[in-house]
Ligand binder design. Structure first.
Ligand SMILES: Cc1ncc(COP(=O)(O)O)c(C=O)c1O
Length: 364
């Protein structure tokens, strides 16, 4: 090996993305149009028409760099979340925001806390800055906040919490998060990752921007990739007080969110009917999938997101048989869950196609 790289970089296991439709079609000789992909927690409605129109209007300006400060998008977010614009960090997807936190705040050797079975990018962000991961065992597939608070070490700089969590779909109520935030020392930054927030039922929702006003060490992370239907554009954002926001922006690439993404996000943010449709189709799909799993006697983790974690036994074999039937779901052995599959909620006909193929995939 002649190229010198830090050992902590060499140890990183590459992120396993959901299999693309075109790749499955090529590998198995299937018709792309008939393939159902329920593997990446995408919005089955696709992108909102309002965002498409905004992008068409923005296309003529692509010869120029994007607005590095995202003035218009931040203004729209500022109105929506009732925080000043200098409390907002734009990310190339919320993935980017999560990494900005690790890059801005953590030195090699310091520690970062996250839960077992929580989103894979927390481990990546920790490893790529050479930090030490403190992985706190899950409770009922979700975060054990008491154990996470107890795990804080003198060198802990960051704690990642996903609510709802991916890949398990578990949820922490507002009271649990409030109690946790009150316990965390001011020197430790908490990243509250709410990528699936818009899928919560009204009775489960809470105003996390109010916590941002209370806690200078809190970063709330959101995305346009899920309920807003813009996963391919890569746009997310963080809300935090100015001192923390300023640090994140020091390590942010100046043009990390492209012009089309900024224009589309502004339109999507205002598209309440699309958001409502996304929410409804997801609730119906969740009920359908979970009801079917219950009937089939398959254990599952009740989900608050746009996907369900279901226990199928030999998940690698079931995954493979589903692929042959043209259905892509997500194996989660990499998360330490080799008997489970994660299935994203699709359109009604996509959910039915999956449920139709499942019994044969489970047999023998
Ligand atoms: C919990 C969680 N956070 C963040 C993300 C990142 O999404 P994006 O980078 O598309 O905003 C995901 C994507 O699956 C996720 O599940």
């Amino acid at each position: 090996m002649t190229i010198q790289a830090p050992e902590y970089v060499r140890r990183i296991a590459p992120y396993q993305a959901g299999k693309p439709i075109s790749e499955l079609a090529r590998e198995y000789g299937l018709d792309e149009a008939k393939i159902v992909k329920l593997a990446s927690n995408e919005n089955p409605l696709g992108m909102p028409a309002s965002a498409r129109a905004a992008m068409m209007a923005a296309i003529d300006d692509l010869g120029r760099y994007p607005d590095s400060n995202g003035f218009d998008l931040k203004a729209a977010l500022s109105r929506r979340y009732d925080v000043p614009a200098d409390w907002i960090t734009l990310g190339n997807g919320s993935n980017d925001t999560l990494e900005l936190a690790a890059h801005a705040l953590v030195q090699p050797g310091q520690s970062v806390i996250y839960a077992q079975f929580s989103f894979a990018v927390y481990a990546l962000a920790t490893q790529e800055v050479g930090a030490r991961a403190i992985v706190v065992p899950a409770r009922d597939h979700g975060h054990d906040l008491d154990a996470m608070a107890a795990a804080i070490a003198p060198d802990t700089r960051l704690i990642f919490i996903a609510n709802p969590n991916n890949p398990t779909g578990t949820f922490l109520p507002a009271s649990a998060i409030e109690a946790f935030l009150a316990k965390v020392p001011a020197s430790v930054v908490v990243v509250l990752d709410e990528a699936y927030n818009e899928y919560l039922r009204p009775e489960d929702r809470f105003d996390s921007s109010a916590w941002v006003k209370q806690y200078p060490n809190l970063l709330v992370s959101r995305t346009f990739s899920k309920a807003y239907g813009l996963a391919g554009l890569r746009v997310g954002f963080g809300l935090a007080q100015p001192e923390l926001t300023d640090l994140l922006n020091r390590v942010r690439q100046p043009f990390n969110v492209n012009s089309m993404a900024q224009a589309a996000a502004i339109a999507a943010l205002d598209d309440a009917p699309f958001l409502q449709r996304s929410y409804e189709i997801n609730r119906q799909g969740l009920e359908r999938l979970q009801g079917a799993f219950r009937q089939m006697g398959l254990p599952f983790v009740p989900s608050y997101g746009n996907f369900v974690l279901v226990k199928v036994g030999n998940a690698a074999a079931v995954y493979e048989k589903l692929l042959r039937a043209g259905i892509i779901v997500r194996p989660v052995a990499g998360y330490g869950l080799p008997e489970w599959l994660r299935v994203s909620v699709g359109l009604p006909e996509e959910n039915e196609a999956f449920l139709k193929a499942l019994p044969a995939a489970l047999a023998g």
